[in-house]
Design a protein around this ligand. Structure first.
Ligand SMILES: *Cc1c(COP(=O)(O)O)cnc(C)c1O
Length: 446
């Protein structure tokens, strides 16, 4: 393995009760002041985290297979990130880039122009959250095209603000009770190879979506196609090969802005800088967040200069967008990704996960599919492999089994029947193997 260094022992270590007494005490305090609408999937409270482990307030050490939802790809306290944050904060925590600009913002925009797909001239604008980036990508696409309609896909997840709720597919828990939603959003079929009713390749699946777009809206009235190149919350759905390139081509032919929402799949997560890189697709705009800054809140819209420059002065921004401490963290995170070859690590992680879990597809009738790229892998649970009826309780039971044995794991999916594996890319081979052994036992026991 490369020269990844750790501060905490990379081990699973359980001290007894689960959750321990201090976590239980915090849960009680929390219940009195934090609304139930904010749910946590892991019932222990964090005290420390580094590389592939999270240590809780009772001294338990968990293998982390979630990275705080694909955020801490470089680990939760990568040395360069910690140093950069401390240094930046000791100078200034904020001036507001719209008031008194600073170098960090410009340097992040330069770096994003370099690592994102496409050789064309680019611009970047920085925000705080993924949802904010998506909202602004849509603003840019509308301003640049003078059109309104936005095309999104089945199983999509784009955030929790009003516009991004409208763009998101799943009602509960994301949308129910929170309407009315923004208009001019049109949903078309995704390519979901495991659940296609009949054999269909990526290009045909794209034509199926395009036909609906042309019939329901008409290419001349579409501002943007917005798509996660690998869907995240929807179930780590990897579209069939050829789907994304054909959509991008159609968008180009029709003057439609092609936006790739790389918020979850970006920054080495899938074994390349961005998920679209696997098929050589060059989006007009990409939305970036999660893995971008080693856990500090930062997001970005990066893309074609002519599109981003179409917005008039003062049309883009926000008080905190591109916070200087978050910018320092982003530069340090990206540098860490390069130095520690985290694309290679993600590819090695995929190999380890496939090696451990794929045999279960034939061994166990409830393991429908193992899919994903790099360190963004999913296990889809079904009642049986013939009906493919979603089996959400199996996913939940497997996650609970793992958690009790020191492996923090997340579920997802439109049907809630997916266990998703998103380890920090810095997890050690030994810890990953140990966690995967527990996961395999968990699947066998369900
Ligand atoms: C998480 C996510 C978002 C929203 O990001 P927030 O930072 O939670 O607002 C948007 N798009 C995708 C693909 C995501 O995974």
């Amino acid at each position: 393995m490369s020269n990844i260094s750790y501060r905490l022992p990379q081990e699973i270590r359980l001290t007894g009760e689960f959750p321990g007494p201090r976590s239980a005490e915090l849960a009680e305090r929390r219940a009195k002041v934090v609304p139930g609408g904010v749910a946590s999937s892991v019932p222990v409270y964090a005290a420390d985290a580094d590389g592939g482990v999270i240590v809780d307030v009772d001294g338990n050490s968990f293998a982390d297979l979630g990275s705080g939802i694909a955020v801490t790809s470089v680990g939760a306290s990568a040395p360069k990130v910690v140093e950069a944050v401390q240094d930046a904060a000791s100078h200034f925590t904020h001036t507001c880039f719209m008031v008194t600009p600073y170098e960090g913002y410009v340097a992040v925009a330069e770096k994003l122009a370099e690592v994102t797909p496409g050789d064309f001239e680019k611009r970047s604008v920085l925000f705080n959250s993924g949802a904010e980036a998506v909202e602004n990508a849509v603003k840019v696409a509308r301003a640049a095209t003078g059109r309104n309609a936005v095309v999104v896909f089945d199983h999509a997840y784009h955030g929790r603000t009003n516009l991004t709720m409208a763009l998101t597919a799943k009602a509960a828990p994301y949308k129910r009770g929170f309407g009315p939603f923004a208009s001019e959003v049109y949903r078309v079929p995704m390519s979901y190879p495991y659940r296609e009713p009949a054999e269909i390749d990526g290009k045909e699946a794209a034509e199926r979506a395009i036909l609906q777009i042309e019939k329901q809206i008409g290419g001349q009235d579409v501002a943007a196609i917005l798509i996660e190149p690998i869907q995240g919350e929807g179930g780590f759905i990897v579209p069939a090969e050829g789907f994304l390139p054909r959509l991008a081509e159609w968008a180009r032919e029709n003057g439609v802005v092609f936006i790739a929402d790389e918020v979850q799949a970006g920054f080495c997560r899938t074994g390349k800088w961005f998920a679209v890189d696997h098929e050589g697709v060059e989006p007009d705009l990409v939305t970036l967040a999660k893995g971008i800054a080693g856990g500090m809140p930062l997001s970005a819209v990066t893309g074609r200069a002519d599109l981003l420059d179409a917005v008039g002065p003062g049309g883009l921004g926000g008080t905190y967008g591109g916070n200087p401490v978050a910018c320092a963290a982003a530069l340090a995170s990206i540098e860490t990704m390069e130095e520690w070859n985290l694309n290679e690590r993600a590819t090695a992680i995929e190999k380890a996960i496939r090696g451990a879990i794929e045999p279960l597809v034939t061994e166990s009738d409830i393991v429908g599919e193992v899919r994903g790229r790099g360190a963004m892998m999913a296990i889809e649970f079904v009642a049986d492999s013939d009906s493919k009826t979603p089996h959400p309780s199996a996913a939940k039971d497997v996650a609970a089994y793992c958690l009790e044995r020191g492996v923090a794991i997340l579920t997802c999916g439109t049907y809630g029947n997916i266990v998703r594996l998103l380890p920090p890319l810095t997890i050690s081979d030994e810890l990953l193997d140990e966690a995967l052994n527990i996961l395999v036992e968990g699947i066998r026991s369900v």
